[in-house]
Design a protein around this ligand. Structure first.
Ligand code: HEM
Length: 495
């Protein structure tokens, strides 16, 4: 751009390229101002920059701090906060219920479509989703799981606890590692009809390495969609990160062949789903099975492993609570069933309190405001706006849960002391028609593994490496301890 002075007048002399750039900048500024002020969202409180750009929000996402950032904004600005030009975070109970109630009209936002080809998790259209969900639900009911998979869960949990105990007696055991093997082997067996056998082989296999890349990349790509073009860079290590989904999808063909083969030990959850769907003509194609099997691994491995890890950490920090839990589970007969565990007051209270504070998916569940717009906590929200609720903040609402930051399972021992709103606000597994499909599997895994741990590893202590700081949460859709490990020890225990 050249600035010319001529006859005491100033002219802006622009080349076509700089004129183009200037036009884009002017349009962007006008567009930003339009979004900032020419919409009812201008009245929603929040940091000034959130009106103009989502860049600071993206920085938080990429730094693994989204959940904390939004929590801090709620503490500062209230229950309805503008976090970007087009997104609102909402944390009051009435709005939460309004957004997530069945048939609310708030659909999953386009953000979910970045997760790849639509499976039950990312489908937006409510009719398409309801049909798929109805089919898959046949393989995830509590009764079906107890009848067909309880022995598998128990066997794998026992193996994981055995290895934890062995390592802990020798010095230290990383429970996050063993729980990840346990939950991944379990959901792998259920989905594909064959275990990954990571518990036996004591190491991550290719599948889990690829899965970790896939999770990281899907988290980053949902925020920065343009990054997907990096897969065309001629750098194998970068290409591998971007082709993780293809590998997972390929692996899914085992689910189909095993489901159709029906050879005893290789039967899987799809054997049931396919048999039922053939009866009533609601077919599930091979591609659907392939895709959903991959989804189950992603949705059903780290989620349960991380929750279980925080459970162990939180209980081991309170030796009195630990002793009470050890004594409760010790009273069980060796052949105990999952139904017996469901009747144990303290075990279940500990699980509920863990899910409240440390459920692995406490971050934003973005939804789109329906046609006609909405009023949330007095604020007018235009249709098409993304509204996100996060369990992290709602579960720490002191009007619902007194002393919300304290890990106190006793609040679930006297349920009558919890208000109806507090009970309805608990949503570690999501809410409404999009509530977690694997909730019964996850709860069974949590009960059985926690019970076996506190029976077999009596007197376990946190290792020196496991501190409040090492267990601080990072958040890439799920949460995880920032050290990516949680070590406990049984060394020097008097048995
Ligand atoms: C403690 C463990 C788990 C937690 C905390 C958890 C949490 C959640 C949450 C919060 C959602 C809702 C997501 C949203 O609305 O965007 C969800 C959905 C889902 N979860 Fe889980 N989950 C867990 C374990 C599992 C397991 C073991 C499976 C096994 C397959 C599973 C499969 C799914 C599926 C398929 C959906 C999508 C459901 C739909 O949209 O209809 N989850 N989960």
């Amino acid at each position: 751009m050249a600035l010319l002075f001529h006859q005491n007048r100033t002219f802006l002399h622009l080349t076509p390229i700089s004129a183009g750039i200037l036009l884009v900048v002017v349009c962007w500024v006008l567009y930003s101002f339009y979004h900032a002020y020419a919409t009812p969202l201008r009245n929603v409180p929040g940091p000034w920059y959130a009106k103009f750009t989502h860049l600071w929000l993206k920085v938080q996402v990429l730094g693994g701090r989204r959940v904390h950032y939004i929590h801090t904004l709620h503490q500062r600005y209230g229950s309805v906060v503008r976090i970007s030009p087009t997104e609102i975070a909402v944390a009051d109970f009435d709005s939460f219920r309004e957004i997530h109630k069945i048939k609310s009209g708030y659909l999953k936002s386009p953000w979910y479509q970045e997760f790849g080809p639509p499976g039950v998790f990312s489908m937006v259209d409510p009719h398409q989703h309801a049909k798929r969900r109805q089919l898959l639900a046949r393989g995830f009911s509590k009764s079906y799981l107890r009848q067909n998979w309880e022995h598998v869960v128990k066997e794998k949990a026992a193996m994981a606890v055995g290895k934890i105990r062995r390592d802990a007696e020798r010095g230290s055991a990383d429970v996050l590692k063993w729980w990840t093997f346990y939950t991944t082997d379990t959901v792998g067996h259920l989905s594909f009809g064959e275990s990954f056998r990571m518990l036996e082989q004591e190491e991550k296999n290719t599948y889990i390495h690829v899965l970790e890349s896939a999770l990281m990349m899907s988290g980053i790509q949902t925020e920065l969609p343009l990054l997907r073009f990096c897969k065309y860079l001629p750098i194998p290590s970068i290409q591998r990160l971007f082709t993780a989904d293809d590998y997972l999808l390929d692996y899914g063909t085992r689910a189909i062949s095993n489901a159709k083969g029906q050879e005893g030990h290789t039967s899987n959850v799809f054997s049931t789903i396919l048999a039922e769907s053939e009866k009533d003509g609601s077919a599930l194609s091979s591609m659907d099975v392939n895709l959903e099997a991959g989804n189950f691994i992603v949705a059903g491995s780290d989620t349960t492993a991380i929750t279980l890890t925080y459970l162990i950490w939180a209980v081991l920090k309170q030796p009195t609570l630990q002793r009470a839990l050890e004594s409760e589970v010790h009273g069980l007969a060796p052949g105990f069933t999952d139904a017996d565990l469901e009747a144990l007051p303290l075990l279940n209270a500990v699980i509920e309190e863990t899910l409240r504070l440390y459920g692995a998916a406490p971050a934003s569940l973005p939804r789109t405001t329906p046609a006609g717009g909405a009023t949330l906590n007095g604020y007018l929200i235009p249709s098409g706006t993304t509204v996100s609720t996060q369990a992290y903040t709602i579960h720490r609402d002191s009007t619902l849960f007194p002393n919300p930051d304290v890990f106190d399972p006793s609040r679930f021992l006297q349920r009558e002391k919890l208000s109806a709103n507090a009970v309805a606000a608990l949503h570690a597994f999501g809410a409404g028609s999009r509530v977690c499909l694997g909730v019964h599997l996850a709860r069974m895994e949590l009960r059985i593994a926690a019970c076996l741990f506190f029976r077999e590893c009596v007197g376990a202590r946190l290792a020196g490496s496991c501190t409040d700081e090492s267990m601080e949460m990072e958040n890439y859709f799920l949460i995880a301890p920032k050290s990516h490990r949680c070590e406990i020890t049984l060394a020097g225990r008097v048995s």
